[in-house]
Write a protein that binds this ligand. Sequence first.
Ligand SMILES: Nc1ncnc2c1ncn2[C@@H]1O[C@H](COP(=O)(O)OP(=O)(O)O)[C@@H](O)[C@H]1O
Ligand SMILES: [Mg+2]
Length: 211
Amino acid sequence: ELSSRVTHDLRNPLNSLKMAIEILKTKKPEMIKENQEYFDMMQHAVLRMNHQIDEVLGFIKKSPPKRANVKFSEIISKSLESFQFPKNIKISVSENDGMIWCDKNQLQNVIVNLISNSIHAIGKKDGKIIINFQKEKKFDKITVEDNGDGIPDDSLDAIFEPLFTTKQTGTGLGLVSCKNTVEAHKGEISAKNLPTGGVIFTILLPKADVE
Ligand SMILES: Nc1ncnc2c1ncn2[C@@H]1O[C@H](COP(=O)(O)OP(=O)(O)O)[C@@H](O)[C@H]1O
Ligand SMILES: [Mg+2]
């Protein structure tokens, strides 16, 4: 299978590189100190490549969701584990909790994608990311909101297209993967600019008893 080959062929050499940097750190600390910025560049590049691989794989791998009832708060806390939040960004998660009928890993990936886009959109300003959860009649509603730069109105239709990116190192695969996942759950995802600046993404997932 293509995706497992990509994983194997790209991740293994990347891991070797990462390990080699770690070994140098312990064996040659003075050398690292003298060349700190170059080592930082290397480490940053490794992280970025891992991230790109994740996005490409997330797009290629379209397995049907294996659904179960999962707690909203659990999905969010797992998603947040994969970030080191910059100090300028505050994150707030709704106290509202409840069960969602979904594939836990797949929905986690969606949330991670949205949060990483928000972090990017906020950049170095002081910013906040607000994650909300609401049970509605037929749907469970999750929103991810930020006060970043927002999306130019003429791009709003394009952001869910494969390969659409405004970032120098973007893949343009994050949101299309989110959309694929949500639609595989028979749900909907949409984006809206906020009057105050920033964007709100809304995910609607059908409740278990709706199907
Ligand atoms: N929270 C956001 N705020 C502003 N723009 C966004 C946000 N999320 C996505 N976008 C826009 O949508 C584009 C596509 O996002 P995505 O599919 O995740 O690809 P990538 O992150 O690799 O660019 C981004 O390049 C950006 O222009
Ligand atoms: Mg993205």
